[in-house]
Design a protein around this ligand. Structure first.
Ligand SMILES: CC(C)(COP(=O)(O)OP(=O)(O)OC[C@H]1O[C@@H](n2cnc3c(N)ncnc32)[C@H](O)[C@@H]1OP(=O)(O)O)[C@@H](O)C(=O)NCCC(=O)NCCS
Length: 117
C-alpha cells in the first residue's frame, strides 16, 4: 500500500481568509496565501486531508483540520500528513500548534507532538 501526499491550494478559501484577517487582532497575521492543504491518497482515492495556516509573527504553524476517512484510519495516513507539516515547521524553526479533539490527543503524542502541561 502506498500513501501519496499531494499539495493543494483552494482559492475559494481566500475570500474567507481575507474577511478573517479584517476581524482578527493585528497580533495575528495570517500568511497572505491563506490556508494550505495536503491531501493523502491511497490508490488514487483521497483518504485524508490536513489544513494548516502559517502565522509568521507568532512563529507558528497552526493545524486547523486533520481528517482521515474512517475506513482508512490506523494505516499511518494521519502520521504521514502530520509529519509533512511538522517538517515544514521545523525548517522554519516554527512551533506546531493545534487543539486536540476527543481521543486525537493520543494520536498526536504518538506522532511526536508534546503538549504544554
Ligand atoms: C486522529 C486521526 C487523524 C488519526 O489518523 P490515523 O491515520 O488513523 O492515524 P495513524 O494510523 O497515522 O496513527 C498513528 C499512531 O497514532 C495511534 N492512534 C491513531 N488514532 C488514535 C486514537 N484515536 N487513539 C489512540 N491512538 C491513536 C495509532 O495507533 C498509531 O500508533 P503507533 O505509533 O503505535 O503506530 C483520525 O482518527 C481522524 O481523522 N479522526 C477524526 C478527526 C479527528 O479527530 N481529527 C483530529 C482533530 S484535532
Amino acid at each position: 500500500m502506498t500513501i501519496k501526499i499531494t499539495r493543494q491550494y483552494n482559492p475559494k478559501f481566500l475570500k474567507t481568509q481575507d474577511r478573517l484577517v479584517e476581524i482578527v487582532s493585528d497580533d495575528i497575521k495570517y500568511d497572505p496565501d491563506g490556508y494550505k492543504y495536503y491531501f493523502a491518497e491511497i490508490d488514487g482515492e483521497t483518504v485524508g486531508v490536513i489544513q494548516y495556516s502559517i502565522l509568521p509573527n507568532l512563529e507558528l504553524l497552526w493545524v486547523d483540520i486533520l481528517f482521515v476517512a474512517e475506513q482508512h484510519r490506523l494505516k499511518g495516513v494521519g502520521r504521514k500528513l502530520m509529519k509533512k507539516v511538522m517538517r515544514i515547521a521545523a525548517k522554519k524553526n516554527f512551533k506546531v500548534g493545534l487543539t486536540p479533539i476527543g481521543t486525537s490527543r493520543k494520536f498526536y503524542e504518538r506522532v511526536g507532538i508534546s503538549f504544554a502541561k
